[in-house]
Design a protein around this ligand. Structure first.
Ligand code: HXC
Length: 515
């Protein structure tokens, strides 16, 4: 073949590879309002930075007539490029090729990329749109999946792994994203292990794909997904934003941006934000937004267990993770789901050198059989465990209530937090005044001539003694009682001071977090 012909041949093959499952299937994808795998990658990565790997790989199965139906690239587009200049590995499942279903060769492409990302120490992003195991390939497909899963686990805590679900994510396709750090789901996408037909046969339940495993189901009910967005474009923007808070790997710090806000900015409105009545709610999101850089907060898991807030923000340009009780939902109690939610977020931050700022206003744990039977003990313990093992810089601010076990859990001094502040409105006690008086003075109240009056007097006395931060401060369990308006400046100053903190856990194979 002559030089020119060789080039022509390469161009022909490249053109063929670009078409994936063919023009008809690309049109069908567009008709569903979906982008193709390559269009998604092009939108996410910096212009002209994508370098595709394994463009000419084809499946190797000859059963069920597949030998006559080989597609260049085989159902997944893989490669690397840059997002805001930072290197990232990326794969996008191509629904136009056998419904994006996974063959052994397809898995091999992802495995190669996972190994590369680990060697280079860069994040890996998976854009999911797949019908699961390629049924024609049988156990080869299962083997391929497991090769990918293994690498998901080995990469966990070494490089950030992020998944976006933009179409079906069926059967075996769910487990790889489930083991990554974050899942974004686009409206209309769905994730399930067993589809509606199987569900109907087994349980007689008649459900649609959306009811079974749609974006809101996994954001609100199961907690499998961390973000829900309305469109693919929104998903791309969110991926870029999320990426901006996350380092390249566990040995690097998260990127530091040019500060957008005055580090000494005082907010006088914080001095009066806590209501006079201890049982009146206020919005902790408002508190967070008044304190962080330019009011910008990327909330994670927003729809799941909203009595606990988790998310990313910046202080003087540096990324932090925020964990906060939300008194506006269920009075901010900790529960089964919020324990899991918080623990997972704290562990992510700890893996990737992201300091944690914790805002505390928690009256205790959610009571009830649903909670106890649902394992509130082990799930609350997850959050306690996560804080105790976290060695990243940690600052805690008690804004109001810190009662009982929840005081211990919420990044208290005793869990190795570095700087613990309390606002003058803080109430730190074993339990609230009403409950404490009922237990401590049960006999006296029973025998009193005027139990109501005695109860009020005792509650007032208890409140006087414990409903303030000074008893705790006198024991050194908090470092300082600060004015709410100066919280931002105090956090930024503290973060600078503890920036080079060194702490470690005893050598071990791994701990045994109560799963
Ligand atoms: C082979 C598949 C496929 C699969 C879809 N296709 N899924 N081919 N293996 N798993 C093919 C279809 O046959 C079809 O080809 C094309 O992809 C597009 O699929 P449609 O069904 O037309 O698309 P849509 O109507 O949008 O439905 C999407 C879908 C549906 C809901 C995902 O395709 C579906 O239910 N697929 C099977 C899902 C599933 O049960 N997967 C689990 C596999 S077992 P043609 O040529 O007809 O257009 C598994 C276990 C692994 O994953 C466990 C590992 C731990």
């Amino acid at each position: 073949m002559k030089g020119e012909d060789r080039l022509k041949n390469l161009e022909d093959l490249e053109r063929e590879a670009l078409l994936g499952g063919g023009e008809k299937r690309i049109k069908a994808q567009h008709d569903k309002g979906k982008l193709t795998a390559r269009e998604r990658i092009d939108l996410l990565l910096d212009k002209n930075t994508f370098r595709e790997t394994d463009k000419f790989v084809t499946h190797r199965c000859a059963d069920f007539g597949l030998d006559k139906n080989r597609v260049l690239g085989d159902g997944v587009v893989t490669g690397y490029g840059r997002i805001n200049g930072r290197v990232v590995c990326i794969f996008a499942e191509d629904f136009t090729v056998f419904g994006g279903s996974l063959s052994l060769a397809y898995a091999g492409k992802i495995v190669k990329l996972q190994d590369l990302a680990m060697k280079m120490g860069c994040p890996i992003i998976g854009l999911k749109d797949s019908g699961g195991a390629r049924i024609q390939e049988g156990v080869d497909s299962l083997a391929g999946y497991t090769d990918v899963f293994l690498r998901n686990v080995l990469a966990s805590g070494v490089i950030p792994q992020i998944s976006a679900v933009l179409g079906p994510c069926a059967g075996g396709a769910v487990y790889s994203p489930a083991m990554t750090d974050f899942i974004i789901m686009v409206a209309g996408s769905y994730m399930f292990l067993t589809g509606p037909d199987v569900v109907k046969a087994a349980t007689h339940e008649d459900v649609t794909y959306d009811e079974l495993g749609g974006a809101m189901v996994h954001n609100e009910k199961s907690g499998v997904a961390h973000f829900a967005v309305d469109s693919e474009l929104e998903c791309i923007e969110l991926l870029k934003r999320l990426f901006s808070f996350i380092p390249q790997n566990n040995l690097e710090d998260p990127p530091s941006l040019e500060p957008t806000d005055d580090p000494n900015r005082m907010d006088k409105s914080l001095d009066t934000i806590i209501p006079d009545s201890p049982n009146k709610p206020y919005d902790m999101l408002e508190v967070i937004k008044k304190i962080v850089d330019s009011g910008e907060f990327l909330e994670v898991h927003r729809h799941y267990a909203p009595n606990l807030i988790v998310g990313f923000a910046r202080f003087n340009g540096k990324a932090v993770g925020v964990v906060a009780n939300q008194p506006a939902v269920l009075a901010g109690v900790l529960g089964r789901n919020s324990g899991m939610k918080g623990a997972r977020f704290v562990r992510f931050c700890d893996c990737f050198n992201i300091p944690i700022i914790t805002f505390v206003d928690v009256p205790g744990f959610l009571p009830g059989t649903a909670q106890e039977w649902g394992g509130v003990i082990k799930n609350g313990a997850k959050l306690l465990y996560a804080f105790c093992e976290a060695t990243v810089p940690r600052i805690t601010i008690i804004t109001r209530k810190a009662y009982g076990g929840a005081y211990c859990v919420m990044s208290s001094k005793h869990t190795r937090a570095d700087v613990n502040f309390a606002w003058p409105s803080a109430e730190i006690a074993v339990m609230g005044p009403d409950g404490a008086v009922k237990i401590l003075y049960r006999k006296q109240l029973k025998e009193a001539k005027d139990p109501k009056a005695l109860e009020k007097k005792l509650i007032d006395e208890y409140t006087q003694k414990f409903a303030n931060p000074f008893v705790t401060a006198s024991k050194g369990y908090i470092d300082a009682v600060i004015r709410p308006s100066e919280t931002r400046a105090r956090i930024i100053e503290s973060l600078e001071i503890i920036e080079n903190k060194r702490d470690s856990n005893p050598p071990k194979k791994h701990g045994n977090i109560p799963l």
